[in-house]
Ligand binder design. Structure first.
Ligand SMILES: Cc1ncc(COP(=O)(O)O)c(C=O)c1O
Length: 941
């Protein structure tokens, strides 16, 4: 297929990552080379194969300009072999180059740089670490040099750089030269091994590559990151653009003019150092290495390693420290053997002697957290060793006081509900849209959130709405338009605080596509938007139309794209992420990210919350792995995340297009997971014919919700399995583990750990299972087929309706007639501590139906959380209605937290609660407290 023809076919799944597409191109070249070699011996006159490899090589050649390896010399050698008709030599060289690329061996192996034979092209001067074979491993990376010099001069420049290498350098790099703004962007997109960029002043704009596929990649990425080169000073524009694509890159600017002026230019803030071109090449080299060292440096982990190597007498309460009780034991020596000595040498309960205190960090944990803040784009980061369950409760306790209103997705993780109990804040549940067919919820529409805020305003309670809590992305992959949610909410309440639970989404920072939809990415966008005079002018226009104080009775506000008042907003954003869920971090490692100009006003509370929840014996290995996870993401996160997304797209494509698998299984696309009304761009799915880079980018920019491609909902009900059954089958028979299940689906996910082999294994297993179904159906006769059809129908169509939150019982409402539904869940929760106030009713009991019809109302005493779906279908103080009971009765899952089938539903007994009991606050008590608290706040107390 010609290059031009290919371009029209570029689908997003074919090119999500440059690296995977690159490997495919090398594989195609290898196939072509082998085919040529095979025929050349028998039919040397047949030129078809030589012509094929010539085309294949030409196609690959222009992409290779963006990588240091194999580099111009080896590619030239390959070209010469093809032209000279050396089929065998071509096949051998392609084989060795593609192996080196696939295994990344060229990053440490000298011979890879010499081709497949004994240095046929004499490139010892190009080899990383040449002449230092015995030196310890030095991580290898590539440096992009964007230079206006003639390409002929590039190899000389490269030599100059190589001459600067010193034996004591901790890292080693090879330069990659390009000559324009556009090629600079392309190289940064395609080459995940780049860690630093040198930009010379005076570069031209246009790419020298006339490849329509490259053009498409370039255009969509420029659009995705909003890079625009409207400046004549393309060098600085490029620096800014690249920082948007990959904020972790170190950028150096080389000018031959007045460098002081360039350095003083505010647009050069993204540049790590400005150099006068011809001066101090060694300084430049050292700066490049220093920039990498800064990211590589893991202060806590490094210190822990040093600590572990020191002789240490321990007289504290941690017998496993140093491992003597284990390695000398007669009975538990195997534990030592399994985990290895270092784990025990690195165990300590000390917070001194090179180790720091997680609860009050002043040393290397503090520095590690500061580095994480830089990496994630936050002002502050706090490491947490008890999972995001704890991080969420910490943030909520820190930000909320009794009587505050917390708007929260009812379908969120249970830690938030407990956060409301702990803080005494009144949860105001906002409902996500249901995906009834798959027994799961989507995300909360912005309209619902705006309505809740406007209702609070109408009721005179907006000042008490302090925090909005949303899950981004949801368990099932719904990603919010974070920027828009915050902007429109701030238009209604300029000081509303946001907590984005990004338990699953920490990795998204390293994807230029997803970054804008993360809490920190969106906060950065809004921060600059609010400073933009054009935004201020647009807001003034809105103010003329709608007034400065939005009228909550104005229904049109729900449909209007609201702008926030840039002079009033306080952009206060918190994010929690389970680093262990998406990065190389030990289980329970989590982070709290803070970007809040008013953090100083809550800092004391925040520390109190840390003291409340954090263990006083935090696990040192978890802290160290948080530090290391940050290092990895800053150095290779871009490459790894892109690969995870690519693999997910591969699974989607393979499952949905496989003739056998797709008869029984299907991975849900964006169109299944997100109703059309929330996909304004018209985007259907990543794999829909016609979908390409541009459509995916547009959707990520504009739509209310997007789907995280790495979260794959695989429908298994159509294969006759319920989610739990299928999960168990995969685990028991095929050693495949997965995460979540629903009535008729399972959730698979790819992450930075997955490989193409994992995907191949999954597909093979699905084929096997599908073959098993086929056989069973073929052998089972009509009865068997009918039974299968009826099972599928039951799983796929007889699905229970998902019950919405009903209401809090009037006793737990300040004003039961209020339009807004917040309730005092904490009083209900502790009310259930009094046995005399509780009753139990069996789920099947007719008494339940009677009470539903005639009263008194059924009031839940506790959280009832079935797994799946994993959200509380009852919370303390909630009135239980017919839908909830129906849902419970239809539930066929075994694990239901807060519910014992033997005892029945635990209810608060309204009659008993009427009796005076000092532990129970009456509704008026609640509002009295709230009034007192807010009077205190008003008085500045
Ligand atoms: C949305 C969400 N938030 C928080 C958590 C809790 O995270 P952790 O397991 O790190 O405690 C989970 C766990 O599954 C979750 O799904």
């Amino acid at each position: 297929m010609s290059v031009a023809a290919r371009a029209s076919n570029v689908r997003v799944d074919q090119f999500f990552t440059g690296a995977e597409a690159r490997f495919d191109r090398w594989r195609s070249l290898l196939q072509a080379a082998r085919a040529w070699e095979g025929t050349a011996r028998q039919r040397p006159e047949d030129e078809k194969y030589q012509a094929a490899i010539t085309v294949s090589f030409a196609e690959l050649r222009q992409w290779e300009d963006f990588f240091a390896y194999p580099g111009q010399a080896l590619l030239r050698s390959l070209s010469e072999r093809i032209v000279s008709g050396d089929a065998g030599g071509t096949a051998r060289l392609v084989q060795s180059l593609s192996t080196a690329l696939l295994t990344h061996s060229y990053r440490s192996n000298l011979t890879d740089w010499e081709g497949e034979e004994q240095s046929p092209i004499g490139l010892s001067d190009r080899v990383p670490g040449a002449g230092e074979e015995t030196a310890p491993h030095r991580p290898y990376f590539e440096v992009l040099v964007v230079s206006p010099a003639r390409p002929a001069a590039w190899s000389e420049l490269a030599q100059e750089l190589r001459k600067l290498r010193r034996p004591q350098d901790k890292f080693i790099y090879e330069p990659v030269f390009v000559g324009s703004f556009e090629d600079g962007v392309l190289a940064t997109i395609l080459n995940g091994g780049l860690e630093a960029v040198m930009i010379y002043e005076g570069i031209p704009f246009a790419s020298s590559h006339h490849n329509p596929v490259l053009r498409e990649v370039l255009t969509s990425h420029l659009a995705a990151s909003g890079i625009g080169a409207n400046s004549v000073q393309y060098g600085l524009a490029l620096a800014q653009g690249l920082k948007q694509l990959r904020p972790e890159l170190d950028i150096y600017f080389l000018s031959d003019r007045e460098v002081e002026k360039v350095a003083g230019d505010t647009s050069a803030a993204c540049v790590r150092r400005v150099f006068y071109q011809v001066e101090e090449p060694l300084e430049l080299h050292l700066s490049i290495l220093d920039g990498i060292a800064d990211r590589y440096d893991t202060p806590y982990f490094d210190n822990l390693q040093k600590y572990a190597q020191r002789p240490m007498g321990t007289f504290h309460a941690l017998p496993v420290a140093r491992g003597k009780s284990i390695f000398k034991s007669n009975w538990i020596r195997d534990m030592g053997k399994f985990y290895g000595l270092n784990l025990f040498l690195a165990e300590s309960s000390a917070t001194t002697g090179g180790l720091d205190s997680l609860l009050e960090p002043t040393g290397n944990i503090k520095v590690a957290q500061e580095k994480a803040a830089r990496a994630f784009g936050a002002d502050h980061v706090f490491f947490v060793t008890n999972g995001t369950s704890t991080s969420n409760k910490m943030v909520e306790q820190a930000l909320l006081a009794p009587g505050d209103i917390m708007l929260v997705d009812r379908n969120c993780h249970k830690s938030h509900h407990y956060g409301a109990v702990i803080s005494g804040a009144l949860p105001l549940y906002v409902e996500a849209y249901p995906l009834t067919q798959y027994s799961m919820y989507g995300a909360v529409p912005l309209r619902t959130i705006k309505k809740a805020l406007l209702d609070l305003k109408a009721e005179g309670k907006l000042d008490r709405a302090r925090l909005l809590v949303l899950t981004n992305c949801t368990f099932d992959g719904h990603i919010y338009n974070v920027e828009r949610v915050m902007e429109e909410c701030l238009a209604i309440k300029p000081d509303l605080i946001f907590l984005w639970d990004e338990a699953w989404f920490g990795f998204a920072r390293w994807s230029p596509f997803y970054r804008r939809r993360t809490a920190m990415g969106a906060a950065a966008i809004l921060e600059s938007k609010f400073k933009d005079p054009a935004y201020r002018a647009a807001y003034k226009e809105q103010e003329k139309k709608l007034g400065a104080d939005l009228d909550p009775k104005d229904k049109s506000l729900l449909e209007t794209r609201l702008l926030a008042n840039p002079d009033k907003v306080r952009l206060r954003v918190y994010q929690t992420n389970s680093t262990h869920k998406s990065m190389s971090c030990l289980r329970q490692g989590s982070m709290v990210l803070v970007k809040d100009p008013d953090f100083h006003t809550v800092e004391e509370q925040f520390h109190e919350a840390v003291f409340t929840h954090a263990s006083t014996s935090p696990n040192l290995q978890i802290i160290a792995s948080l530090d290391v996870a940050r290092r990895q993401m800053e150095l290779e996160g871009y490459e790894l995340v892109n690969r995870a997304i690519q693999l997910a797209l591969d699974v989607r494509r393979e499952v949905n297009s496989h003739p056998l698998i797709s008869k029984y299984f299907r991975v849900l696309g964006a169109d299944d997971m997100i109703p059309a009304e929330f996909r304004n761009s018209g985007f259907v799915d990543y794999l829909t014919p016609g979908a390409n880079w541009a459509t995916a980018v547009k959707a990520l920019k504009e739509d209310e919700f997007a789907l995280d491609a790495t979260r794959l909902t695989l429908v298994c009900g159509s294969a006759g399995f319920d989610g739990t059954q299928f999960k168990n089958l995969l685990a028991a028979e095929y050693d495949i583990q997965l995460n979540k299940t629903s009535r008729n689906s399972v959730l698979l996910q790819t992450n930075i750990n997955n490989t193409r082999s994992d995907i191949a294994q999954l597909i093979k297993v699905l084929v096997e299972i599908s073959q098993g179904i086929e056989k069973k159906l073929a052998d089972g006769g009509t009865k068997g087929r009918e039974a299968f059809a009826s099972r599928v129908k039951s799983l796929m169509t007889d699905v229970p309706n998902l019950p919405n939150f009903s209401s809090f019982y009037c006793r737990f409402r300040e004003d039961p007639s209020s339009k807004t539904s917040e309730g005092d869940m904490r009083s209900a929760f502790f009310g259930a501590y009094r046995e005399e106030q509780c009753e139990h009713l069996k789920l099947s009991s007719p008494e339940i139906d009677k009470r539903l019809k005639e009263g008194p109302e059924l009031v839940s005493a506790n959280f009832v959380i079935p797994y799946p779906p994993g959200f509380p279908i009852m919370v303390p103080g909630q009135v239980i209605n017919t839908e909830t009971i129906e849902f419970m009765r239809k539930l066929d899952v075994k694990e239901i937290h807060g519910f014992s089938a033997a005892l029945g539903l635990k209810l608060l007994n309204p009659a008993a609660m009427q009796a005076s009991n000092p532990a129970n606050k009456s509704a008026s008590d609640v509002s009295g407290n709230a009034k007192r608290k807010h009077a205190r706040a008003a008085a500045g107390d």
